[in-house]
Design a protein around this ligand. Structure first.
Ligand SMILES: CC/C=C\C/C=C/C(=O)SCCNC(=O)CCNC(=O)[C@H](O)C(C)(C)COP(=O)(O)OP(=O)(O)OC[C@H]1O[C@@H](n2cnc3c(N)ncnc32)[C@H](O)[C@@H]1OP(=O)(O)O
Length: 248
């Protein structure tokens, strides 16, 4: 039926390393150019984790040129996903913090597994960093200004039930039904003529995408100078240490 399934596979936690981002963008571009493909189901092959988000090791202890290169690729992936002409459905089968949530938010429909261990949200403030304006714009578009403001300030990671209530996801289903549900949602969306659906999607998303496109270079510079600050590097160091300690 012209549907591809993209499975994120970057063990152990599907963090979005530079290599992973680049491969993801190239795969997406190929699918976009394949006229036989009308829809993509985005999911994960890492048990219990959809994506741990941006790779903290790409943003910690590197040089400004690396941060700039990394951020350019984060922007590129986001623009491709958010403005895709294809129908994107996410089958969220695990934890989905920050950049992981960003991937899901780019989709046209989000199905999440009903497992309270899995959480989703833009938790940047918990790391001592600030979600960029285009993450924020997409959050506001999805859950509204008030909920987004609260969730962004608190860095809320929602349980599936909470995520459904606030509108971060569209549906929560038993874990073993996430993929079948994503497929049935896709079938419903495929019934809509592509040209009218695509034009409608473009109408809804263009202003948000253009907002980044018109200031891409400035956004890269902002990110680079922000992430290079000693205080921010210290926060990331502490967060990485906390992740390590959790194990011990
Ligand atoms: C200026 C603003 C810029 C950018 C916006 C930022 C966006 C982001 O996406 S920042 C990243 C936010 N992500 C997180 O906060 C998630 C952190 N990770 C976790 O909460 C957990 O790892 C998990 C729930 C995703 C999985 O838990 P679990 O299965 O228990 O695995 P571990 O915690 O033991 O992790 C295994 C291994 O992976 C490393 N790791 C985890 N997340 C990341 C990551 N995002 N980037 C890089 N590495 C990550 C973790 O440290 C462990 O490493 P070691 O085995 O070496 O200890």
């Amino acid at each position: 039926m012209g549907v591809a399934v993209m499975k994120l596979r970057n063990p152990p936690v599907n963090s979005l390393s530079l290599e992973c981002l680049t491969e993801f963008t190239i795969s997406l571009e190929k699918l976009e150019n394949d006229k036989s493909i009308r829809g993509v189901i985005l999911t994960s092959e890492c048990p219990g984790i959809f994506s741990a988000g941006l790779d903290l090791l790409e943003m910690y202890g590197r040089n400004p040129a690396h941060y700039a290169e990394y951020w350019k690729n984060v922007q590129e992936l986001w623009l491709r996903l958010y403005t895709s002409n294809m129908i994107l459905v996410s089958a969220i089968n695990g934890a989905s913090p920050a950049g992981g949530c960003l991937l899901a938010l780019c989709c046209d429909y989000r199905v999440m597994a009903d497992n309270p261990k899995y959480t989703i949200g833009l938790n940047e403030s918990l790391l001592g960093i600030v979600a960029p304006f285009w993450f924020k714009d997409m959050y506001v578009n999805t859950i509204g200004h008030r909920e987004a403001e609260r969730a962004l300030q608190l860095g809320t990671l929602f349980s599936p039930a909470e995520a459904l209530k606030v509108g971060v996801v569209d549906e929560v289903v038993p874990e073993d039904q996430v993929h079948s549900k994503a497929r049935s949602v896709m079938t419903k969306w495929l019934a809509i003529p592509d040209h009218s659906r695509q034009l409608t999607k473009n109408m809804m998303r263009k202003a948000t995408a253009d907002n980044l496109i018109k200031q891409r270079e400035a956004d890269i510079q902002n990110f680079t100078s922000f992430i290079s600050k000693d205080s921010i590097q210290k926060s990331l160091h502490m967060y990485l240490e906390k992740l390590k300690q959790k194990k011990g």
